[in-house]
Design a protein around this ligand. Structure first.
Ligand SMILES: *Cc1c(COP(=O)(O)O)cnc(C)c1O
Length: 412
């Protein structure tokens, strides 16, 4: 059974290979998995790449043989994924908060996970093709360098990067324009949203139809699915307890991958969508936004997205009501981001970059708003000491009716 369908519902179902190589569904929608497989349980002493291959396999409907998938994961995910507990009793109280450090890959952002796995999956399928593949990608910084690195030197694949000139950090720009085999960088005179619009239009342009074009943005399922892996990895390390994941967000790819992982059985209590001033999504969750806005530049520039493309996927995966129940939104200004960096350093000695700082500030607000503190397990533990009074009930309507018609023993 082909596993991917379009969010817009009028494209025929596609195999993983097709969804991966075409990027966008022919009806302009985003590919989404038709069914959600259940999460493979963790095994003792399993390294990240092996765990990754076992989690991914059912989503790919075994289109890549287990041995080949293990080899892809081993080659792509050959860097550490530490889960760092913050500790300290400062006024902010970071007790119980962990930082999942996703910046130990070659280009220092979590984009490496998706980009490296995707590039190797594409190269795997391109082995049997004679034409070359052109990867078209719009980037606000981190994506482009990860994609360029992930694809550089892969045979039969050329990468074209569009980035907003002068709107990425100097280090990122340097990473983007660095010469790499098979990679072209195009500096666009306009914001990231323009880059994204151009890429979308290119895919629908009949004049370009003869090119074998593919995307490598977070809209590509090949990039999205590997982003589930580190949520699984983090929860494996934390045990079976339900956790709250706070996700510094822009294009909502990471959050969507987390939601997919949760749908497949990962015990997530709730997600926090931590945004900077580009706050369409938190405003949507609060019920006061239904239109995208132009993006605004901030200190956490990899999150400067006014029109998050994965919003369409999230809306497809969850109803509006479910979205509001499962996801708590926050918008953090640049001033608050700087204060957060300072506070976290003073309180617990952790150096947070602006994206992480947006996330940690959102965690602080979430805890203040919900009273969700690290001592919750103790309060729950106290529950077990209370005297209990439950009556056994056979699973039949009759049994229930009988209970309801007879007064409870307490009131007799
Ligand atoms: C890309 C990126 C984000 C935003 O992730 P999305 O999947 O686009 O929501 C946040 N932080 C960092 C460091 C990033 O590179």
């Amino acid at each position: 059974m082909p596993p991917f369908i379009s969010t817009r519902g009028s494209a025929s179902p596609a195999s993983f290979e097709k969804a991966l190589l075409e990027g966008l569904a022919p009806d302009g929608g985003l590919f989404v998995p038709e069914t959600v497989p259940s999460l493979a349980p963790a095994r003792d002493a399993e390294a990240f790449p092996e765990r990754a291959a076992r989690v991914l396999a059912p989503w790919l409907d075994d289109e890549i043989a287990p041995g080949a998938l293990r080899a892809i994961a081993a080659d792509a995910l050959d860097f550490p994924v530490p889960l760092v507990p913050l500790s300290g009793d400062g006024p902010g109280g970071e007790t119980g908060v962990h930082v999942l450090e996703l910046f130990h890959g070659p280009t220092l952002s979590f984009k490496d996970f998706g980009a490296r796995v995707m590039a190797r999956c594409m190269a795997h399928f391109m082995q049997e093709q004679s034409d070359a593949l052109t990867i078209l990608v719009a980037t606000s910084g981190d994506t482009g360098s990860a994609v360029a690195d992930g694809f550089a030197g892969q045979p039969g694949i050329e990468v074209v990067l569009l980035f907003p000139e002068g709107q990425v950090s100097p280090v990122q720009e340097q990473q983007l324009v660095a010469r790499r085999p098979g990679v072209r960088a195009l500096a666009v005179d306009g914001p990231f949203d323009d880059c994204q619009r151009l890429v979308k239009a290119a895919f629908q342009d009949p004049d370009l139809a003869h090119l074998l074009l593919s995307s490598a943005n977070s809209i590509n399922v090949g990039r999205l699915l590997p982003q589930m892996l580190y949520y699984v990895w983090a929860l494996d390390r934390l045990g079976d307890e339900e956790v709250v994941f706070c996700v510094p967000s822009g294009n909502l790819g990471n959050l969507t991958a987390g939601v997919l992982a949760a749908r497949s059985g990962l015990p997530v209590r709730r997600f926090i969508a931590a945004h900077n001033a580009n706050d369409f999504f938190p405003r949507f969750l609060a019920g006061d936004a239904d239109e995208f806005e132009a993006s605004e530049r901030t200190l956490s520039n990899a999150m400067d997205v006014g029109a998050p493309s994965n919003f369409e996927r999230l809306r497809w995966l969850l109803s509006e009501k479910q979205l509001r129940e499962c996801i708590w939104g926050a918008s953090v200004s640049d001033e608050a981001t700087l204060r957060s960096m300072r506070r976290v350093y003073d309180d617990v000695g952790y150096v947070a970059d602006p994206h992480t700082a947006v996330g940690l500030e959102a965690v602080r607000r979430y805890r203040a708003a919900t009273g969700d503190r690290a001592d919750a397990p103790e309060r729950l533990a106290a529950l077990w000491d209370e005297e209990t009074h439950a009556e056994p009930l056979a699973p039949t309507t009759e049994a229930l009716k009988e209970k309801l018609l007879n007064a409870s023993p307490d009131r007799r």
